[in-house]
Design a protein around this ligand. Structure first.
Ligand SMILES: Cc1cc2nc3c(=O)[nH]c(=O)nc-3n(C[C@H](O)[C@H](O)[C@H](O)COP(=O)(O)O)c2cc1C
Length: 197
């Protein structure tokens, strides 16, 4: 059995917050792992305190526990490869952007705000010793229909959450990817302009 957690910490160029360096997206979740309700409370509370445009708070979530009918629906909407591993996660969280308010006025920053809230949520999850893996690979319209979401609510990602599992239990090529070095572009590639100190 291999839990590959410790080797996944980012080799950052300068020190950053521990939870940010240690967060990573596994595909090996413990098929018997559980997430206590208090941990879900903390994850949602972290998301709740995300900043948003005009404090509009356009994030909505569906939280489905493994074995429940809702989990079955969410899992069924996932793309093929995601379906092979995400069924082991204790929880699947659907992140949903409220793209228009109740009067139909557009919320142009709702996807941006939702993404930030999921970043907060995943940081809290990792701080609590669990793991999270975001997925955009799912059938949006199938999930919208399965969850009876109106047009002003856009499902954007499904986030697998739970305790880490055995990397050896993954099929190839996912097993190899689980151990592959984590890579990022250099900061100099990201910054278009930076004034000197
Ligand atoms: C919006 C978004 C969509 C993603 N979709 C998928 C997906 O469908 N399947 C998957 O296995 N990983 C998916 N990922 C995970 C990324 O591949 C992963 O975050 C990236 O490779 C960096 O790895 P790290 O999170 O371990 O640092 C997604 C991540 C984000 C933020």
């Amino acid at each position: 059995m291999t839990l590959v957690d410790t080797v996944r910490t980012a080799a950052t160029a300068v020190p950053i917050l521990e939870v940010l360096a240690e967060r990573w997206s596994p595909r090996a979740f413990d098929p018997r792992g559980e997430v206590e309700d208090a941990a879900i409370d903390r994850a949602l509370e972290a998301a709740r305190w995300t900043p948003s445009a005009n404090n509009s708070q356009p994030w909505r979530f569906v939280v489905a526990r493994r074995g429940s009918p809702t989990f079955h629906l969410v899992h069924g909407s996932l793309a093929g490869v995601n379906r092979t591993w995400a069924d082991k996660a204790a929880v699947l969280v659907v992140s949903i952007a409220e793209v228009a308010d109740a009067d139909g006025r557009p919320r142009p920053w709702s996807h941006y705000d939702l993404g930030q809230s999921v970043a907060y949520l995943t940081a809290q999850v990792h701080h609590d010793g669990l793991h999270a893996h975001q997925m955009a690979g799912f059938d949006t319209e199938a999930l919208r229909a399965a969850l009876s979401l109106p047009p002003r609510l856009d499902p954007v990602t499904v986030v697998a959450v739970g305790p880490l599992g055995d990397a050896d239990a993954l099929p190839e090529p996912l097993r190899e990817r689980e151990r592959a070095p984590r890579q990022r572009r250099a900061v100099t590639d990201l910054v278009l302009h930076r004034d000197p100190a």
